[in-house]
Design a protein around this ligand. Structure first.
Ligand code: UT7
Length: 334
């Protein structure tokens, strides 16, 4: 039988500090009622302290992941870290994480696809398992969005939070694991959602800092329109392509950007709210972190063989959906 890439463990890390809507009310001209109604968010976690980068969260998430699966770091073949807020432009945060945990036999790289980063990384990692090249691939999705959020911009600072999740991929011969994916990108969407400066195009200067070009720029309404249509379309498309009905789908794991986008996607798929993972009220939009953090939170309720659809839309534009069959019951495999 064809080898598939099964998720055999999932773990997450959330910083302790809770930035509530009430605290945001004291920082910008906003209010709890508006944020709750327009986004569904009540609070988000923020990684505080000096010199605390994405790797701080990723290291904890991966250490816990290996512990759950009962394997050592030297067994990891490949580490992919999906993020738009890596520790540094280079070297890759994957390298920092591998070094910190003692993954001496692994190679690794970072992958940037904004809110679709985890889906892109999951699909990439699965290829190495399916081809037989590797037996243990760690896929991390996480972001320290607070490092690029302008806390004077009420339209963006209310949405984002920090957090990180990780999964382990291993070969499966029962047809469980990643079964299909539809991934898309469209660079013409760049104008609506980007971080202007800091790369090779607009190099860092006093001017770029003064004009706040290192923060997220988002035209919320435009992004919302694209997100609603594309995330719903691609989720329906992957079901249709694989002959899955709403009854066949156990769970939708949607990117947590806005509760209204999540609801539109679930409606389009014909799913009841009870089959939709939603934790946006607690964590906001952690960009690459939302999907693995949902899987981690819902893990005790997942059953071997469950059909799960993950879907996301984000900056780039990037979007996509993955269909997977969950590989174990309860809180750990094997
Ligand atoms: O994850 C990556 C992809 N990103 C997304 O999917 C985000 C998609 N976009 C959104 O989720 C929504 O567009 C936002 C939550 C960002 C904004 O919600 P919206 O309903 O689209 O609001 P809007 O930008 O159209 O603004 C409506 C009004 C404006 O006031 P006027 O011009 O009508 O007087 C804004 O100035 O709401 C005002 N506003 C706020 N009011 C209170 C904007 N932000 C706030 C705020 N508090 N925080």
């Amino acid at each position: 039988m064809k080898v598939t890439a099964g998720i055999t463990a999932v773990n997450g890390y959330l910083p302790e500090y809770r930035l509530t809507n009430q605290v945001l009310e004291t920082m910008v001209d906003t209010n709890d009622a508006w944020i709750t109604e327009r986004t569904g968010i009540k609070e988000r976690r923020i990684l505080t302290g000096k010199d605390q980068g994405l790797s701080v969260m990723a290291i904890e998430a991966v250490k816990g992941l290996l512990k759950k699966r009962g394997i050592g770091p030297e067994e990891i073949d490949l580490m992919i870290v999906a993020s738009v807020t890596p520790d540094r432009v280079f070297p890759a945060t994957a390298n920092i994480v591998c070094d910190a945990i003692g993954a001496k036999n692994a190679w690794g790289f970072d992958l940037g696809a904004a809110c679709s980063g985890f889906l892109f990384a999951l699909t990439t990692g699965a290829q190495f398992i399916e081809s037989g090249k590797h037996r243990k691939v760690v896929v991390v999705g996480g972001d320290k969005m607070s490092s690029i959020v302008d806390y004077e911009d009420r339209a963006t600072c209310i949405i984002f939070g920090d957090g990180c999740g990780a999964v382990l991929l291993e070969p499966n011969e029962e047809g469980l694991g990643i079964r299909d994916s539809i991934l898309r990108s469209d660079g013409s969407g760049c104008q609506f959602l980007h971080q202007k400066a800091g790369g090779s195009w607009h190099q860092t200067s006093e001017r770029t800092v003064e004009s706040k070009e290192h923060y997220i720029y988002q035209e919320g309404k435009a992004v919302f329109k694209f997100a609603v249509t594309n995330m719903a379309d691609v989720s329906a498309e992957i079901m249709e392509k694989n002959g899955l009905t709403a009854d066949d789908v156990a769970w939708l794991v949607p990117h947590q950007a806005n509760k209204r986008i999540i609801d539109a996607t679930a409606n389009r798929m014909g799913l009841d709210a009870g089959k939709v993972m939603v934790n946006i009220e607690k964590y906001g939009n952690t960009t690459s972190g939302t999907l693995p953090l949902c899987l981690w939170e819902w893990e005790p309720r997942l059953k071997k063989g469950d059909n799960i659809i993950l879907s996301a839309f984000g900056g780039g534009f990037t979007w996509g959906a993955v269909w997977l069959k969950w590989a174990y019951d309860g809180t750990h495999a094997g």
